[in-house]
Design a protein around this ligand. Structure first.
Ligand SMILES: Cc1cc2nc3c(=O)[nH]c(=O)nc-3n(C[C@H](O)[C@H](O)[C@H](O)COP(=O)(O)OP(=O)(O)OC[C@H]3O[C@@H](n4cnc5c(N)ncnc54)[C@H](O)[C@@H]3O)c2cc1C
Length: 458
């Protein structure tokens, strides 16, 4: 049995940045990173190659699994903020969390992202305009890498760490056990490894497995919220004055009808809408390229409403899954509807879509989202679209496309201390899998943080 000082389960950005820092900082730790998916160059979604138009449930899913994790083929928008994207600052303090995110940004720039622009929403004209229309723009700086540059950077980091760190692909961690002396055994579908420290970095796709491990080790977890909504797609010109200025805008609106908060999320100028498969449930997402030749004529972003349940039902994720399953049942995957059809209470048929001026970038089934999304959330979304129309006229056009459903599942919050260690000494939880972070910047920062902690030990 091979023995390691540190075994990292998951090579998403949490695991990748851990490996980076453990390579950079002086230490003698033997380190293994294991991922259920493949190397970055082998990660190809059959939808993107045109082999299929609908998600065919690949195992492992190339969008969610493999080197770079769910962020690997993403848009690569690194938001430098603690206003959203996770609660890392609640564990490490605001200053440390921000410093780690700036460090991540420095690494990204040094590894090939230096040419990507850093946008800022602070003191922008947009902020004033939003306030004049009862919309609230959150402060953030964002480095938009684009999917192509993001992949290049991940490749460069791999080259940097590969001689120092063992990285195993297409290997799934099945179980973790602890010996009498406190060391661990990491059992995969191929081998068993000995480890002094284990870092759980299994992200969203590993959420169920993470719950099992926490249950087994008696590590308390707290249910998180689930965000439900749609992905909006419209001609890029409609949002150009905003996206040119700040690229990504997180705008929050409180609806008049229910006082619910609705927010924009993951804005992709000139991007494309994609489907995403989490544990067999197909939902929708989006990304865009930095290479002008790969750009589309559309901008897409999500509109999300947060749902948090307490009693007697408390599993927010199950609620999100049930709604997404309904859309999968009706649409065979993702459903798509024109905004005009939605407000008129009619289905968007294939015939209506043919006349639609906004051309969809994802092949989805034309249908009726009101049969899937509960009335409250749907009313919230419609109200938000009219609110956004005041700062970006054209948002509420008949041909604005809505894809459903977009669900943001948040992992249960794993109880960790200020070192991101669980109550089991030597067992750490980082990134989105811990429920502490929900973004590339914060997940990466958590990896750097624990790497530095562990490097000191060795
Ligand atoms: C399409 C898309 C676009 C996105 N765009 C952005 C964006 O622009 N900006 C942003 O901030 N965030 C974005 N996100 C979210 C972002 O990707 C995540 O916040 C981030 O990837 C979390 O990193 P992580 O390392 O914690 O987990 P993940 O990236 O989820 O990585 C976890 C890894 O663990 C592996 N794994 C899981 N279970 C096991 C197991 N049992 N054994 C071995 N390996 C396992 C998986 O294969 C995976 O590679 C996007 C997500 C998607 C899906």
């Amino acid at each position: 049995m091979e023995k390691y000082d540190i075994v990292v389960c998951g090579a998403g950005v949490g695991g990748v940045f851990m490996a980076y820092e453990l390579t950079k900082v002086q230490n003698n730790a033997r380190v293994l990173v294991i991922d259920a998916g493949g190397p970055i160059e082998k990660r190809v979604c059959p939808i993107s190659t045109g082999k299929t138009k609908q998600c065919i449930n690949c195992n492992p899913c190339s969008i969610m699994n493999g080197y770079g994790g769910a962020g690997g083929l993403s848009d690569g928008k690194y938001n430098l903020t603690t206003q959203f994207g996770g609660d890392l600052h609640q564990y490490l303090g605001e200053e440390k969390a921000m410093a780690l995110m700036y460090y991540v940004d420095e690494v990204l720039c040094g590894m090939g992202g230096g040419g990507a622009k850093l946008y800022s929403t602070a003191n922008s004209e947009l902020k004033t305009k939003c306030l004049q229309h009862d919309l609230h723009l959150l402060d953030a700086q964002v480095r938009h890498l684009g999917t192509d540059t993001n992949v290049k950077i991940l490749g460069n980091i791999y080259e940097y760490v590969k001689d120092r760190i063992d990285i195993h692909f297409y290997e799934r961690v099945a179980d973790i056990t602890q010996e009498g002396d406190g060391t661990f055994r990491v059992h995969t579908d191929k081998e068993t490894y000995g480890a002094e420290n284990v870092v759980l970095a299994t992200g969203r796709s590993g959420s169920e497995w993470m719950s099992e491990i926490c249950g087994k080790f008696g590590i308390p977890t707290k249910k998180n919220r689930v965000d439900i909504g749609v992905r909006v797609e419209l001609p890029a010109e409609v949002f150009k004055h905003i996206t040119d200025q700040v690229y990504e805008s997180k705008i929050v609106y409180q609806t008049e009808k229910y006082n619910d908060l609705v927010r924009t999320f993951c804005m992709n100028p000139y991007g494309e809408v994609v489907s995403e498969n989490t544990n067999g449930i197909v939902t929708v997402n989006g990304h865009s390229y930095s290479n002008p030749e790969l750009r589309t004529g559309n901008t897409n972003f999500a509109l999300l409403v947060s749902n948090h349940f307490t009693e007697p039902f408390e599993d927010s994720n199950e609620y999100g899954q049930a709604i997404a399953s309904l859309s999968n049942m009706l649409g065979g995957g993702v459903l798509m509807q024109r905004f005009g059809d939605l407000v008129k209470g009619r289905r968007s048929s294939a015939r209506r879509m043919e006349k639609c001026f906004t051309k969809p970038t994802l092949h989805a089934t034309a249908g009726d989202l009101s049969l899937v999304i509960p009335k409250r959330q749907l009313d919230d979304i419609i109200e938000m679209i009219y609110a956004l129309d005041t700062i970006a006229p054209g948002t509420a056009n008949e041909d604005t496309l809505l894809y459903g459903v977009e669900v943001k599942f948040y992992n249960s919050k794993v109880e960790v201390d200020s070192n991101l260690m669980t109550r089991v000494p030597g067992l750490y939880a980082i990134g989105d899998g811990s429920g502490v972070t929900h973004s590339l910047s914060q997940a990466s920062a958590s990896g750097i943080y624990v790497a530095r902690e562990l490097a000191e030990k060795y």
